[in-house]
Write a protein of this length. Structure first.
Length: 340
């Protein structure tokens, strides 16, 4: 690959319309993000039809701003997992642009993007991830634990059986009358509360690496039904403690079982201060290197898609770059399990 190989990333899996230009796998020239939060706020969650319409309305101008007249060598878009309408918008935009510019196109896994977002530091990639590692991808739509041997060499150890951790934050926020997205709101309230005020369950599902967060959310709803008025900060702090303890415990167990020295935590919920503090603390005690996505890159963005594409090209070489423009979306896309 030439030194200044330029990839335009496109992200439209959920409620952020984003395009980014990454040059030489190192320099983030632009990362334009249009967040639809205001459109979804009054519904306390993402409304798929509204999301598709907003993506369709914004994608052209977002790409235009990210490109700003520059040339590109490749277009990479997130082909899943995500909401079908948004994915279609991203796909059509990527295909049209790649065709017009006569450059190849790559279809990427959004969750792989969340992992590689951990490599950014002030808009640059200075310090690539060290392998093997255990990755926790924790967002509004997903909670997954992976063993990662290198780029494309993933073993999904477990995932949530019901709600994602971020979804649980959003639903608890709704129960408490807090605004969407719930994570930052619950977290802010939690700072004023006692973490041991309410003993919400820690669903560890022994013998598996899976997660389950709907039980904690249901416990919160029963607690609110049975206690009136409630101390909102105490409920938030106790809920946050239960979720973070569960995430940290399982991640540490996986790191120990797979004998890795590195942990990477990506996705929207990785912005959570308690999670960062607990994961770093527990990792430190075990001599593990714990790496988080930088806060500004934790929620959905196209820079992470472009970087994941660069890593794929580094690994697969020119084979991955055939001029194949017709790449399907897959709303339920899973990372391919490598080995056993
Ligand atoms: O990765 P992301 O932007 O979108 C998905 O791919 O789902 O993650 C959004 C999720 C939301 O559920 C939001 O409430 C949660 O991340 N989140 C947080 C925090 N900031 C965002 N959850 C807990 N604490 C936070 N500080
Ligand atoms: Zn995401």
């Amino acid at each position: 690959m030439k030194k200044d190989f330029a990839i335009l990333g496109i992200e439209s899996t959920c409620d952020e319309t984003s395009a980014a230009l990454l040059v030489g796998g190192k320099t983030l020239v632009s990362n334009v993000i249009y967040s639809q939060i205001e459109e979804h706020k009054k519904y306390h969650g993402v409304v798929p039809e509204l999301a598709s319409r907003a993506h369709a309305a914004k994608i052209a101008s977002v790409i235009e701003q990210a490109l700003n007249g520059r040339e590109i060598d490749c277009v990479a878009f997130a082909r899943g997992p995500g909401l079908p309408g948004g994915l279609m918008v991203g796909r059509v935009a990527a295909q049209t642009l790649a065709n017009f510019k006569k450059v190849p196109i790559l279809g990427m896994n959004h969750l792989e993007g969340h992992l590689f977002a951990c490599e950014f530091e002030n808009g640059e990639v200075k310090n690539p991830l060290s392998f093997p590692l255990v990755a926790l991808i924790v967002s509004g739509g997903h909670t997954e634990l992976w063993y990662v041997k290198g780029y494309g060499q993933y073993k999904v150890l477990g995932r949530t059986r019901d709600d994602a951790a971020g979804e649980a934050f959003d639903k608890v926020a709704k129960l408490l009358g807090l605004a969407y997205p719930g994570g930052p709101q619950v977290s802010a309230q939690a700072l004023k509360g006692r973490r041991d005020a309410v003993d919400f369950p820690r669903p560890l599902l022994p013998g598996t690496w899976d997660f389950s967060f709907s039980g904690i959310k249901t416990s919160v709803s029963y607690y609110l039904r049975d206690h009136c008025p409630v101390n909102v900060p105490d409920v938030c702090a106790s809920f946050e403690q239960a979720v973070c303890e569960t995430l940290v415990k399982k991640t540490m167990q996986a790191a120990q079982y797979y004998k890795v020295k590195h942990i990477a935590v990506g996705g929207g919920v990785a912005a959570n201060s308690l999670l960062r503090e607990m994961m770093s603390g527990e990792g430190g005690k075990r001599g593990l290197d714990v790496r988080f996505v930088p806060r500004g890159m934790s929620s959905d963005n196209a820079a992470m898609i472009a970087l994941a594409a660069y890593r794929r090209l580094q690994q697969a070489g020119a084979d991955a770059l055939q001029k194949k423009w017709n790449i399907n979306i897959n709303p339920n896309l899973k990372v391919k399990n490598w080995g056993k």
